[in-house]
Design a protein around this ligand. Structure first.
Ligand code: PMP
Length: 461
């Protein structure tokens, strides 16, 4: 294991020489160097200098059962000896992919029974986009190509998934954005509500933006609506309670498909297997990735409604789409073991019983802090918005600057929260006990005060 300074410096140097990181300012990375993470144990990660860090982000919304699970390593080892790889093209299959598909059908919402596998969330959304368009061609309505999603949505960073996402800075780098995507407002009450507008009224207004867009482009041209049940990378934006029922009503009214992107919200994050179950949604396609293996290996997929599967099966032509690693046997074996652990340890119901109320209670303690505009949480997803003036909701100049100051304090203090502009977000693993919540609370208090003293001159009294 790498533990001494010299090796750390060497790793940083080689990293700067040879490694292009995702979503990174490459110039600044090369002046500051990367942090070297060498080990994980339960809720903690350890860096190369021996610091123990509480991981408030479960890796990247991913390691739901925590680090260091021997059973997952053993499942991979055994499967590698039995069958490390085989493809699932050309009419072949293997036991782990079948068992996992069966298990996913069991825990998914009603009528979602068939799974197409990939290796990343982006891939699964690309698959979903192709399935949606192929479905409408097969139904004899090929003009239904438009997929409506939301501003600030994150669906991945391949060109198609990035185009379906609603992040302007992602679009800017993949120009030209694929045609056929429209982006409506996101259901972000704190940032978008009009003066005096209640969350309930705002939720209905945001949902009705979908109907307005459908009418604007012509209902006969709309293929689907895509949304993350809770916007994660966009800043843990939790729709008001009125939002999803109204969206579902509009989807039903116009007969379009619903793609629920459950890449973050799947596998227990809201205290149900999938957030669609929490919100009572009836998706036609549900994409998943990340926590299906708790991140121990890459695996993703789309679970589709019987209506879509039946339509595919009614036509004897290939669906020309697939990946070398669709249904990778080792990843599937690890996913099965991961889901088994979640069941044995009751990690999903435990989110409702313990994790969600603990997180909400902890965050509520910071809502009076001078830097904090709003705290919000649902299940094990939480956010703290930092603002310059909490009375008027005025942001800091140069959005994102204060978030980074705060994030760096967190890291130095041994805790990971991610900055989405000036919103600090967290998604702890499902295994946190009272000790971790207490530890997080103490660090957050320290870090908010440290950040406040750095920017005190900019904060309204
Ligand atoms: N969808 C959502 C909702 C996500 O949060 C992410 C990644 N954070 C993705 C898709 C893309 O997943 P990946 O990075 O595995 O491609």
């Amino acid at each position: 294991m790498v533990t001494n300074q010299y090796q750390t410096a060497q790793i940083k140097e080689l990293d700067a020489l040879h490694h292009l990181h995702p979503f990174t300012d490459h110039k600044s990375l090369r002046t500051g160097g990367a942090r070297v993470i060498v080990r994980g144990e339960g809720p903690y990660i350890f860096d190369s200098e021996g610091h123990r860090i509480l991981d408030g982000m479960a890796g990247l919304w991913t390691t739901n059962v925590g680090y260091g699970r021997k059973a997952l390593a053993e499942a991979a080892y055994k499967q590698m000896l039995d069958l490390p790889y085989y493809n699932t093209f050309f009419r072949t299959t293997h036991p782990p992919v079948v068992a996992l598909a069966r298990k996913l059908a069991e825990i998914a919402p009603a009528n979602l029974n068939q799974v197409f596998f990939g290796s990343s969330g982006s891939e699964s959304n690309d698959t979903a986009i192709r399935l949606i368009r192929h479905y409408w061609v097969l139904k004899g309505e090929p003009q239904r190509r438009i997929i409506i999603s939301r501003k600030n949505a994150y669906h991945g960073s391949t060109i198609a998934a990035g185009s379906m996402g609603g992040m302007a800075h992602v679009h800017a780098h993949s120009y030209p954005v694929y045609e056929g995507f429209r982006h409506i407002m996101d259901p972000y009450w704190y940032g978008e509500a009009k003066d005096g507008e209640t969350p309930e009224a705002f939720g209905l207004r945001a949902a009705r933006a979908l109907e307005e867009e459908i009418l604007a482009v012509g209902p006969e041209n709309v293929a689907a609506f895509a949304g993350e049940p809770v916007q994660g990378a966009g800043g843990v934006k939790i729709a008001p309670e009125t939002y999803w029922p109204e969206v579902q009503r509009i989807i039903d009214k116009y007969g379009i498909l619903l793609l629920a992107d459950e890449v973050i919200t799947g596998f227990g994050r809201l205290g149900t297997w999938f957030a669609s179950q929490h919100y009572g949604l009836k998706p036609h396609l549900m994409t998943f990735a990340k926590a299906v293996t708790s991140g121990y290996l890459p695996l993703s997929g789309v679970i589709v409604h019987d209506e879509i599967a039946d339509t595919l099966m009614a036509h004897d032509d290939d669906f020309h789409h697939g990946y070398t690693f669709s249904g990778h046997p080792v990843a599937c074996a690890v996913a099965l073991k991961n889901l088994e652990i979640m069941e044995e340890e009751r990690l999903v119901p435990r989110v409702k019983e313990f994790g969600a109320p603990s997180l909400a209670k902890m965050l509520a303690k910071f809502k009076d802090h001078p830097l904090v505009g709003e705290v919000r949480s649902i299940g094990l997803l939480g956010a703290i918005e930092l603002v310059a003036d909490k009375r008027t909701r005025r942001r800091f100049d140069n959005l994102g600057r204060v978030g980074l100051i705060c994030r760096d304090h967190f890291f130095r203090e041994g805790f990971i929260m991610r900055a989405v502009f000036d919103t600090m977000v967290m998604a702890p693993p499902l295994i946190w006990t009272k000790d971790q919540f207490d530890e997080a609370e103490a660090v957050i208090r320290r870090v908010l005060d440290l950040t406040l003293s750095d920017v005190a001159g900019e904060v309204a009294a």
